[in-house]
Design a protein around this ligand. Structure first.
Ligand SMILES: [Zn+2]
Length: 215
């Protein structure tokens, strides 16, 4: 398979992560790509990993985060660049690019690398996002995500709470609308293919279609 980057785009709460899981499962189950050959690049994970590794950059990031500041585009881009060099043949990028500056950086990072770039948008109506997120709970013990709200995890009986980032979903949606949503059309400048997936449709069905179409 040709080295491929899938940029997964969509509002917070649109179900991007779940769609990625479904695509990955479909690819692995059909023996198209092995699990070891699939990488996930998520800015949140990269920042956490760098902090955990206690590198000089990680220490700098920890300081910014603990003082409530925003990590600069420059730092995020450094981390993205490092993980783009990983050996996996297929990489999903989630949560990046969020701004025009990040999009321009990504375009220059990808230049000449020979990647096929697919931009996928999980296009979920805002009322549906609000409805899903308001019911989503995470178990504090086994960490499973579910949508029941009697305060207890259906799997282990642990305490279930709303996710911290779900509690501020309206703010995050506004941020997405103001800064990020407009970047979608510009992704055409760096992507070989663009596809919008209806977020109100079943993600597993959508994943099967995507795999048939592109892999
Ligand atoms: Zn549990």
């Amino acid at each position: 398979m040709r080295k491929t980057i899938v940029i997964i785009f969509g509002a917070p709460g649109s179900g991007k992560g779940f769609l990625v899981d479904c695509i990955e499962n479909e690819l692995v189950n059909r023996n198209i790509v092995s699990k070891e050959n699939i990488g996930h690049i998520s800015t949140g994970d990269l920042l956490r990993a760098e902090i955990a590794a206690q590198t000089p950059l990680g220490q700098e990031i920890a300081q910014i985060v603990s003082s409530g500041g925003l990590v600069s585009d420059e730092i995020v881009s450094q981390l993205i660049e490092k993980s783009l060099d990983g050996p996996e043949v297929l990489k999903f990028i989630d949560g990046y690019p969020r701004t025009e500056a990040q999009r321009l950086t990504l375009a220059s990072l990808l230049e000449g690398k020979g990647y096929r770039v697919i931009a996928l948008m999980r296009d979920t109506p805002i009322p549906l996002i609000m409805q899903r997120v308001s019911k989503r709970r995470v178990c504090q013990d086994c960490k499973c995500t579910h949508s029941v709200d009697d305060g207890k995890c259906p799997r282990c009986g642990g305490l279930s709470l709303i996710r911290k980032d779900d509690a501020v979903i309206e703010k995050r949606l506004a941020e997405y609308e103001n800064n990020t949503a407009g970047q979608w059309n510009f992704l055409a400048l760096l992507a070989d293919s663009m596809l919008k997936v209806d977020g109100s449709e079943d993600a597993e069905v959508a994943a099967k279609d995507i795999v048939k179409r592109y892999f």
